[in-house]
Design a protein around this ligand. Sequence first.
Ligand code: PEP
Ligand code: MG
Length: 567
Amino acid sequence: MLRGTCVSEGIGIGNAYIYDDFFTALYNKCTDVSYDTVADYTSEKARFERAVQIFLKNTEELLANLKVKLVTGTDEADILLSHTLIVKDEGFQNKVNGYLMQGQICEDAVVKVADEYRQMFLQSGDEELMLRSADIEDIKQRLISILAEKSTVDFSELNEDSILVIRELLPSQVCDIVKTGIQAIITEKGGFNSHAAILARAVGIPMITGVDFESVKTYEGRQIIVDSYGGLILPVKNKEQHKAYIDRQAVIKSEKEALEALTDSITVTRDGKRINLYANISDLADVKEAVRVNADGVGLFRTEHIFMSEKSAPDENLQYKKYCSVAEAFGDKPVIIRTLDIGGDKQISYLTSDDEQNPFLGHRAIRYCFGNLVIFKTQLRALIKAHEKHDNIRILLPFITTVEEIKEARKLIEEIAGNNSKIKIGIMIETPAAAFMILNLAKYVDFLSIGTNDLSQYIMAADRGNDKVSGLCSHYQPAVIRAIAMTMTDANAAGCEVEICGEAAADTRFIPVLIGMGIKNFSVSPSAILKVRKAIAECDYREAIDITRHVISLETEAEIKDYLQQD
Ligand code: PEP
Ligand code: MG
């Protein structure tokens, strides 16, 4: 069995088709012609111009085909449009022309320029640009294939029984693959946000990345199972195992179809209690999906992603525009925007330095902001200005441990917004200190947001990123459950609104425990909204109270998990 990272969910069963560097072979063949003399500039330039025209025309066709297959809307197809912009770009064209003028053949000129771009993207240190380097590779291979009048890819042997194993998948290749109806994709390179992964999700093909190519090559021609939920690749062992996965595939398919029926619904328990189901968002793609599935607003906007996608701290205007566009997308529905939560495992090279011995216990989130007031005040100004235009915006402060921190943050907000600002301010409850101090902290804020990811790690003293202690860093641990319950009891006593926004809120088995504690506001990732809406609809509030009581009486994680697994 091999493991990788799931970037597109699903189960695929089929024959492993190993696709190994077809491009290099083709490129070597077309540059094999030995040129003793320099190439003729005029004819090479004409070849390049013709190749660009064909490239643009082919892209239009690819786009038209792709749009028919998309399951998530049509904007993902714009990835291919960006390829046409690069090819038409004056800078790109001039560079190729420069090599042609030096007497190079077209193929070499294109490869050199594309490789230079790719290198530049890879060395930029910018995660977004690094992922975009696959787009440059894609453009290069397609241009070469046009010049050679041969395809650089040959997926003709793929069919609906195939699982494609490839070192790196390029965005336009997803378009070719879609036609073949393959079961799943396994790659070595590429992250969750690589364009190929975005497209794979958009067309609903299961995909796992980060798998050692040489290891998976040993499965060549064999029937394998890709269970991307668990990031697993398994050879088919026997009929029983095979059938079990076929059955699971069928169940997942019908469950997904059934979930789509809930896109326009509101969220209520079986006995009619209205629950607000908000979205955790990081970028505009999340906003789109959250709006599509009728989220009740945004429960957590992780703004650190705005900072991560820039090379330097984003200025007030850029932030203002982003906050406004999210707020606008949700109309009157609340949009809770969390101030910068960096440090811990979220390091931003131009802001933080990794010189702390225990970064999760160090200069993180609100502590970082107090130590870097220019950055903090810029963000607060952008938020307050955005709130003046969109009063559905609320501010959420992360990693609060003391009353003084709230007072200090409020003072800064008042300095900018004045005493009359109606902007609502909340705090994350994600440390034991905060959980113990709810009655006091609640006096100074409008709402509380329980972050079970960090709360679990700090209550259990178990790093949330360390596999070896993942059993401890769990919301099924009795200590964590008691901390959530205590937060709810004290927040109710203080009359303070509570939402829950950690991963526990999206755990369908755990939802009755949270409902039974009286939690009325859930915030989960947009892709989890429909399954959570369904789980809530199946949950009876009165029964949930009994479930919670029983869970709180249990002593171990195993007992709690066992009890909640029973249907
Ligand atoms: C949490 O800690 O539960 C949370 C929602 O915040 P993050 O995962 O961004 O730390
Ligand atoms: Mg957190």
